[in-house]
Ligand binder design. Structure first.
Ligand code: HEM
Ligand code: SF4
Length: 562
């Protein structure tokens, strides 16, 4: 095996490769571009470069027609995503972030499916002040998007294990270890020292061309797979032996995105390649990333994620190359078992006697809804300074590190505002939706603005079949990039066109089995009719305790669509 000559796929590099190479360590012409007040946009090249700074240029797609009629350029603004490994901020940081979001952005903080937050609608002139404000709050956005390792996730629930804090710190450690070395971020946004000459800071991992594509790492602690570990390029499963945290089973090659109509693209769950003691894991992840850097596809970005590299080279060849570079072999994977993936809402006590509370945030949008003013409630909780805030990969928020005697004050605030998860159905509480319209330039259909309404209609069907108390995992995205991991849901909706979705069925509740395409381009009426029929059959024929996804997987004929 070691004799195999490894090469990247043939083909001319994609235009993005040239942009990265000439960006002088991710500087591009961002500094000049953001000083240009004539347009709300930046150059096409800088739109690529700015992703590495945690931001996407977007426009308000609801307003395109109106702007075009008035012969105005589109209403450009920027989405900014934070790098928050493990997804934690202090109460003071939360207060600052909400104030910032009110003043400089849309006012709605979005808790993402990867355990961080992002804000939308920051106009060009507010970008630099916003980045400075982040700095003052002690957070940053470096590498939150772009062809680099992005936010590192870690299971959010502190009761997961007695060594939870230890595992949690690895998310921070890995994030730091894989950060780009360029000083571009401070130079562009924070008046940092300017690069002299054209040679950027040497970067032993990313070199000058960074990775072929985005890279995602998550840690899960069995039996809880709340980070959906197998949907990541690298999934780390923390292992306990004789009551001690000893290391990680390592999975590689997970990824969701596909392209409609291109059967060569596919969603893939990661493959476990072995166990690594915790002391050596930083080296292992570094080398896995470096092998992808060297052999990933740089000519066609549709095939540049690690999953395609792993399948092209073969899992064993990939593992052998990592072993060669890291100088030690993987041990056999250790036994583990995932039994669930959902958040546990409400109050719990962790192993250190601290209390914490998981609150439901529909589609991760922190905004005051009639009868559910979650934004106000969170602000008041933060003002007490009695808790910290932790985001979950299920788009929810936890109040954490609460002393027993302080709990009552927070309970009082939550009760006052009616922040009570028991008011919501299981199906609603376990659902995920990506942003999609109106800001995502890639969206073909609605997701977070529509899923809550669709769920209300599905709830009626569930009640009809006496299934209203059963758990289901539903996920919706506005396009097949799959930002809310729809292929890992029991019921996945993937936007095809406005008001039309492909329906995927048969994933499981632990995130270890993908679903399959069942029907294409359904409108709402067809979705509800289809689900009505399936729920009826499920309610009548399921075996004891069998989940919907498992029942579908066992019984349904997917026909030619699959
Ligand atoms: C080709 C693949 C993908 C592309 C081009 C892409 C692009 C984007 C864009 C443009 C946004 C910004 C939307 C907005 O804020 O308006 C976004 C959001 C996001 N994406 Fe992706 N994405 C891809 C796949 C994925 C996958 C597979 C995941 C995770 C499994 C993911 C995770 C996220 C997250 C967490 C957000 C933030 C908002 C949310 O939670 O929905 N993305 N993506
Ligand atoms: S899944 Fe598609 S529509 Fe949704 S946020 Fe990602 S890129 Fe946009």
């Amino acid at each position: 095996m070691s004799d195999i000559k490894l090469t990247p796929p043939a083909g001319a590099p994609s235009p993005v490769e040239a942009i990265k190479l000439k960006s002088k360590g991710l500087r591009g012409t961002l500094a000049e571009g953001f000083e240009n007040a004539i347009t709300g946009a930046v150059s096409a090249d800088d739109q690529t470069v700015i992703k590495f700074h945690g931001s996407y240029q977007q426009d308000d797609r609801d307003r395109r027609a109106e702007r075009e009629l008035k012969k105005l350029e589109w209403a450009y603004s920027y989405m900014i995503r934070l790098r928050l490994p493990g997804g934690e901020v202090s109460a003071q940081q939360w207060l600052g972030l909400t104030k910032l979001c009110n003043e400089n952005a849309s006012g709605v903080i979005k808790i993402t499916t990867r355990q961080t937050i992002q804000i939308h609608g920051v106009v060009k002139a507010k970008m630099k002040p916003t980045m400075e404000w982040f700095r003052d709050l002690g957070v940053d956005t470096i590498a939150a998007c772009g062809d680099v390792n992005r936010n590192v996730m870690a299971g959010a629930d502190p009761t997961l294990s007695i060594f939870h804090e230890d595992v949690f710190r690895f998310a921070q450690g890995i994030s730091e270890h894989l950060l780009p070395k360029t000083n571009a971020f401070t130079e562009v946004w924070l008046d940092g020292e300017k690069l002299t000459g054209d040679e950027p800071e040497p970067d032993p991992l990313y070199l000058k061309h960074y990775l072929p594509r985005k890279f995602k790492i998550a840690i899960a602690t069995p039996p809880h797979n709340d980070t959906d570990v197998f949907t990541n390029d690298i999934g780390l499963i923390s292992i306990e032996e004789n009551g001690k945290f000893t290391g990680f089973n390592v999975s590689i090659g997970g990824g969701m995105g596909t392209t409609h109509g291109n059967p060569e693209t596919y969603a893939r769950l990661g493959t476990v390649i072995g166990f690594v003691p915790k002391e050596k894991i930083l080296d292992t992840v570094w080398q896995i990333v470096a092998v992808q850097r060297d052999f990933g596809n740089r000519s066609d970005r549709k095939f540049s994620r690690l999953k395609y590299t792993v399948d092209r080279l073969g899992v064993d060849v990939y593992r052998a190359e990592v072993e060669k570079r890291q100088g030690f072999t993987f041990q056999d994977a250790k036994p583990y078992n995932f039994i669930e993936r959902v958040d546990h809402y409400g109050w719990q006590e962790d192993h250190n006697g601290k209390h914490f509370c998981t609150l439901f945030v529909e589609s991760g949008r922190v905004m005051d809804l009639p009868g559910y003013p979650i934004k106000t409630a969170l602000k008041e909780c933060a003002e007490t300074d009695l808790c910290q805030f932790r985001f979950t990969g299920n788009q929810n928020i936890m109040l954490t590190h609460i002393e027993k005697e302080d709990r009552v004050a927070l309970e009082h605030i939550l009760a006052k505002h009616g922040i009570d998860h028991t008011r919501f159905s299981n199906i609603r509480k376990d659902a995920l939706a990506c942003v999609a319209l109106n800001t995502c330039g890639l969206a073909l259909a609605e997701a977070q603005r529509y899923l809550p309404d669709l769920i209300s209609k599905i709830e009626v069907l569930l009640a009809k079949h006496k299934l209203e108390n059963d758990p289901f995992s539903i996920r919706m995205t506005g396009c097949p990039n799959g930002c809310a991991r729809p292929w890992a849901a029991e019921i996945g909706f993937i936007g095809k066109a406005l008001g039309q979705y492909n329906l995927y069925l048969g994933g499981n509740s632990t995130g270890t089995r993908l679903n399959r395409l069942y029907k294409e381009s359904l409108d709402e009426k067809e979705i509800l009719q289809t689900l009505d029929g399936l729920f009826e059959v499920y309610a009548k024929n399921r075996s004891n305790g069998e989940r919907f996804g498992d029942f579908i997987h066992r019984t349904l004929d997917f026909g030619a669509a699959a």
